[in-house]
Design a protein around this ligand. Structure first.
Ligand code: GDP
Ligand code: ZN
Length: 527
């Protein structure tokens, strides 16, 4: 609905700090009635000097005369910001009141009772920010990253949001848009007047110049799309799949990581054959960690100093679990393959692993091979087993030649937590993971601002790219003998510029209301 447009003159108010028990609650009022609200609550004292804090006692405006019985809150901190250089672009009043829910409730209830010129009502979700946008205080790219800021749980999510907040991206897109529109103008002038006026540039020269401009923008768009890809990883989380044969210790490893190296953001339990997924915060990176059903296939082998292992028989339910684990591996950014040291009947040890899993891992963007249960054999035997594992298993998979498997022990890690033995290598594994996170998400040094590019912006950039390529096709016809269609070329530039306008919400983006709806539906009240 379009209530916003119709009621843009209303003065709005809302609790802007978090709900629930807190020391201080911040109530924000925005609009031309802000000062009236102040006078209603503090009829005897003038408002504090603009942008300076003042301490006031807030009174109930519906019973101003009754002594003391009408106090809503004493020692409230009041700030008044006259428009237009405010967060919303309007007059803003901030009441910092005591945080108890009864106090907040009483003050909120008193605000609409204050006598103002226009209507005073509770704000809709995101309405403060919407006004900031409509009054030119923020562009849409900034509005989106404000949303990211409010949603940020991990340190890296915060970083992405900060990059988008700066307004740098919006300025870049505005600049491109202006250049494209200027070029389009020149081309159209050429179409309209070339027959009866003298032009400094020939049509070919003009098109060549514009082609250079467009080539430059096309190159930059590719960088921005890369930035969006990386920031999506930081925003939505890096997907990690943990694969390995049944009993290798996958669940134990996941528990160790969660217990020692990560905090759970959210989790989803699965049945034995299903995938257990948890969103973890590992050193500030959000990752979704999937502990899959054990993969056991015809290719499951074991390196043994005694026997050759056996070929397992696999049932239908297990088969389905395996199918899902495979899919998970293919959808993940990082695959951790777990093998384990197992005792062999009749003495001796072997490394149990699955060949197909290793191949899946090698195909992933980043992979990590670890051998668990290093505690069950002596150092020397372990080294021999690892050597053999490297040459016969890793050596036969393309992409894993020379890979150095980590040896870990979830058991030792568990006892280390209790102060008994060494750390068990889980910490080293985490270090390696964090290194992979940083490789997956890093951008060249001078391009950190590109971390702010959102998925919505990415899509609009793709559309812009398409129109610019359309332009290039026309412009390049110059040398081929075919007459370039200048009218069509100019139209491509107009459409490309229009897509950029949609990113910032400025200029002739046409469907601004629709764009606003998409962005603001995620906001909460008070923002
Ligand atoms: P999953 O099927 O791969 O998830 O394996 P689990 O985590 O359920 O572990 C299978 C068995 O191996 C359990 O009995 C664990 O206690 C045991 N286990 C896990 N890690 C270690 C380890 O580092 N050393 C030893 N000795 N046993 C382990
Ligand atoms: Zn398990």
């Amino acid at each position: 609905n379009n209530t916003f447009v119709d009621e843009a003159d209303d003065t709005i108010y809302a609790l802007s700090s978090g709900a629930g028990k807190a020391g201080i609650a911040v109530i924000r009022i925005s609009g031309s009635g802000s000062l009236n609200v102040y006078s209603g609550l503090c009829p005897t004292k003038p408002p504090p000097k603009p942008r300076y804090a003042g301490v006031r006692t807030l009174l109930d405006p519906s019973s101003p005369d009754s002594l003391n019985s009408n106090i809503l809150d004493s020692d409230s901190l009041i700030l008044y910001f006259p428009g237009p250089k405010t967060v919303t672009g309007e007059d803003v009043l901030e009441l910092h009141v005591h945080g108890g829910s009864a106090t907040v409730k009483a003050v909120l209830a008193a605000i609409p009772k204050c006598c103002t010129l226009g209507k005073v009502r509770y704000a809709e979700p995101g309405e403060f920010t919407r006004r900031a946008f409509l009054n030119g205080r923020l562009d849409l790219a900034q509005v989106e990253s404000l949303g990211d800021t409010l949603d940020a749980v991990t340190e890296q999510q915060r970083r992405v949001a900060v990059q988008g907040n700066s307004g740098v991206l919006g300025k870049i897109y505005e600049h491109w848009r202006e250049e494209l529109l200027l070029a389009r103008g020149e081309i159209e002038a050429l179409i309209d007047f070339s027959e009866d006026q003298h032009f400094d540039e020939s049509p070919t020269e003009l098109l060549t110049n514009v082609r250079q401009l467009v080539e430059g923008i096309l190159h930059s768009i590719n960088m921005h799309k890369l930035g969006s890809q990386k920031s999506e990883l930081l925003r939505n989380g890096i997907r990690i799949a943990l694969l390995g044969p049944p009993n290798a210790g996958k669940s134990s490893l996941m528990n160790q990581i969660v217990g020692r190296e990560a905090s759970i953001v959210s989790s989803e339990a699965g049945t034995t054959r299903d995938i257990v997924e948890a969103n973890l915060d590992i050193r500030g990176y959000l990752c979704s960690f999937a502990d899959t059903a054990g993969i056991r296939t015809e290719s499951t082998r074991s390196i043994s100093n005694l026997d050759g292992g056996s070929t397992p028989v696999i049932g239908a339910i297990e088969q389905e679990g395996i199918r899902r684990a495979r899919q998970k591996a293919m959808d993940s950014d990082i695959v951790i393959v777990l093998a384990s040291v197992e005792a062999v009947n009749g003495g001796g040890h072997r490394i149990s692993y699955d060949m197909e899993t290793l191949k899946l891992a090698a195909a992933a963007q980043q992979c990590l091979v670890a051998v668990n249960k290093s505690d069950v054999v002596e150092r020397g035997t372990l080294e021999l087993l690892i050597q053999e594992f490297k040459s016969s298993a890793l050596g036969s998979v393309q992409g894993l030649h020379g890979a150095e498997p980590l040896t870990i022990s979830c058991k030792a890690a568990a006892t280390a937590a209790a102060g008994l033995t060494g750390p068990g290598g889980v910490h080293t594994l985490t270090e390696r993971l964090v290194q992979s996170f940083s490789e997956l998400t890093s951008l060249p040094g001078d391009m950190h601002h590109l971390l702010g590019v959102t998925e919505r912006q990415n899509q609009l950039l793709s559309e812009c790219q398409m129109h610019l390529k359309g332009f290039m096709t026309e412009a390049q016809a110059c040398g081929t003998g075919r007459e370039p269609d200048v009218v069509l070329a100019a139209e491509h530039l107009r459409l490309a510029a229009n897509r950029l306008a949609c990113i910032t919400g400025r200029g002739d983006s046409g469907d601004v209301e629709e764009v606003l709806g998409v962005i603001f539906e995620k906001f909460c009240v008070g923002k």
